[in-house]
Design a protein around this ligand. Structure first.
Ligand SMILES: Cc1cc2nc3c(=O)[nH]c(=O)nc-3n(C[C@H](O)[C@H](O)[C@H](O)COP(=O)(O)OP(=O)(O)OC[C@H]3O[C@@H](n4cnc5c(N)ncnc54)[C@H](O)[C@@H]3O)c2cc1C
Length: 398
């Protein structure tokens, strides 16, 4: 008889976990509180480690068919348009950019029919014995394992890790938009729409092509406190960067006002374990991080693969979760720390530090940067997934 799991949360992490569990022969049910999966967020990029994790789930080729190559890590400019770093004329960029909804749909389609319940909000859980029970409205779901992928404000973390500090504001905020253009972007489009980053003082604008004619942009800006909102967020973004170099104003003009999302950036302070009995935290619930390394979603897919590999090979669920915690906590917490530092360097630096950063970029030849940047990111990007058997060889017992 197959082993059972309840996955709390149907975001990228929860769906990746469900796909991974089904791949090793477990029966996983996803409980998602949202009534429907609507257009989820805006855009994101995945680096080689995340794409390899999708390969382990059997979804790498589909992801590569949907994602758009982006040079955002290589092409950098100043607000007036000066080039700090130029992307190579040839070659394939290491990142793929996606509309979030496209990546989400790809994962959702890979979960067997009927295994995702929407409008299902988990409010309590018990994890005292060989099984765990999740309470959702008036229903109870008992399983061998609970995977809590319920995001940065995780209910599960609050219930089972009551002493964990709440998410911490990182002193910057973001405007996220999707521009609908009337000409191609990405590899077939003009160079300025192949992905780039513009560095202002206390503000940075990231551009990723995410569809044949769609470009995702993210304006990140230093902020003293969270919760400040404007009646028209697109107008506020325009006030801040509307006079920057093209294509920034053109992208803002091509963005429907109702497509702009505003989000204050937080991280989850590090936990001393991701596991409580047979409940495992996964994705942002375990390690929500600053977006500056573009890793949060990728790390959640890695989590899913490592968790399934451990369950498929360890003799008991307890052993598997011990291994999951041992393998995932150091990597995700180091990544979070590196992302936080990168964000501070770009957004929370004073005037002198900003000038120093741009000067050092200006003085570094692009060809050298193009060789050094991937090397500096090698510990992150070179990660190799464990292989995932199609069926468990030693299914973990309770
Ligand atoms: C501005 C920005 C840019 C980013 N860019 C990138 C990037 O380029 N690359 C990258 O890899 N990452 C990026 N990230 C990080 C990435 O978005 C997250 O790490 C990732 O989406 C986390 O996925 P998750 O499934 O863990 O959590 P979530 O996406 O938050 O999903 C949690 C799900 O759980 C559901 N839920 C919550 N509580 C309950 C409950 N009680 N019962 C049932 N369901 C519940 C929620 O409705 C939600 O669907 C970025 C983040 C930000 C803020």
């Amino acid at each position: 008889m197959s082993r059972t799991a309840v996955v709390i949360g149907g975001g990228i992490g929860g769906l990746a976990a469900a796909v991974a569990l089904h791949r090793i022969g477990w029966r996983a049910t996803v409980l998602e509180r949202a009534a429907r999966f609507e257009e989820v967020g805006v855009g994101l990029s995945l680096s080689p480690n995340a794409l390899r994790a999708l390969d382990a789930l059997g979804l790498g080729d589909r992801a590569r068919a949907v994602g758009v190559p982006t040079w955002a890590t290589h092409a950098m400019r100043t607000p007036s348009g000066g080039h700090l770093m130029r992307a190579p004329d040839q070659g394939v960029p290491p990142l793929l950019a996606f509309r979030r909804a496209a990546l989400h749909q790809l994962l959702l389609k890979a979960v067997p029919d009927g295994r995702v319940r929407t409008g299902a909000q988990v409010t309590a859980l018990r994890a005292n014995g060989p099984t765990a029970t999740v309470i959702c409205d008036d229903e109870e779901f008992t399983a061998d394992l609970v995977v809590a992928a319920d995001g940065i404000h995780s209910t599960t973390r609050g219930l089972l890790w009551p002493d964990a500090p709440p998410p911490r504001f990182l002193n910057y905020t973001a405007w996220l938009g999707l521009a609908e253009l009337d000409h191609p972007v990405g590899p077939d489009g003009p160079p300025e729409l192949r992905g780039s980053m513009t560095l202002g003082r206390g503000q940075a604008l990231l551009i990723h092509p995410v569809g044949a004619r769609q470009t995702y942009w993210a304006l990140l800006a230093a902020a003293d406190r969270p919760g400040v909102r404007h009646p028209d967020e697109l107008a506020e973004a325009r006030r801040r960067v509307g006079a920057w170099h093209q294509p920034v104003p053109a992208l803002l003009d091509a963005t429907p006002a109702d497509q702009v999302r505003r989000i204050d950036i937080h991280e989850a302070p590090p936990l001393s374990t991701f596991v409580h009995r047979n409940v495992a935290l996964l994705g942002d619930a375990a390690h929500a991080m600053s977006p500056d390394r573009g890793q949060g979603a990728g790390q959640s897919i890695e989590d899913a693969v490592v968790l399934a590999a451990a369950l498929a090979t360890e003799p008991t669920v307890t052993d598997a979760l011990t291994r999951y915690d041992r393998e995932r906590r150091p990597r995700t917490q180091t990544t979070a720390e590196s992302a936080r530092r990168a964000g501070q360097q770009v957004l929370n630096a004073g005037t002198a530090a900003h000038h120093l950063t741009t000067l050092s970029l200006r003085l570094t030849p692009s060809a050298l940067w193009n060789r050094l940047a991937p090397r500096a990111l090698a510990p992150l990007w070179d990660w190799q997934p464990p292989s995932l058997p199609d069926q468990p060889t030693h299914p973990a017992s309770p």
